[in-house]
Design a binder for this molecule. Structure first.
Ligand code: SF4
Length: 144
């Protein structure tokens, strides 16, 4: 992993729990503690998708949440990157084929980066966010 970010601004992340069991959230909280200190790279969580560069999404998407997930995706300004954090968001995981699921996250919104694990470790989450920085750099070069 590169240790010096080449983006010339900070990266703001909105965390969206679409229906996870909350253990992925515990690992996300661990990843933003001073032990890992992502703010040294300008990475921090924000409280609104309207302020975010990145959507960090956990859990599969239940049918009752599908419209909300779409709305939050549309509220996030472009260019943006979507990260799927955890096995449930990738495939449905332990909720696979449940009657109440609309599907994994990429059945509802496009996903750019996948972080494997149930739950992923904090290092894997930070690595996924780093991949999002690389994707944003590519998107910004295309726009420029
Ligand atoms: S991937 Fe595992 S830890 Fe994360 S929400 Fe699903 S069951 Fe929970």
């Amino acid at each position: 992993m590169k240790l010096t970010p080449s983006l010339n601004r900070s990266l703001w992340v909105f965390h969206l729990n679409t229906g996870s069991c909350n253990v992925c959230e515990i690992e996300i909280v661990a990843a933003i503690t001073p032990r890992y200190d992502p703010e040294r790279f300008g990475i921090k969580l924000v409280g609104s998708p309207r302020h975010a560069d990145v959507l960090l999404v956990t859990g599969p998407v239940p049918k009752k949440n599908k419209e909300r997930v779409l709305r939050i995706f549309e509220q996030t300004p472009d260019p943006k990157v979507v990260i799927c954090c955890g096995t449930c968001g990738e495939s449905g995981g332990v909720y696979y084929d449940s009657y109440s699921l609309a599907g994994p996250i990429d059945d509802v919104i496009p996903v750019d980066v996948y972080i494997a694990g149930c739950p992923p470790r904090p290092e894997a989450i930070l690595h996924g966010i780093w991949k999002a920085i690389e994707k944003l750099e590519r998107l910004e070069k295309e726009v420029a």
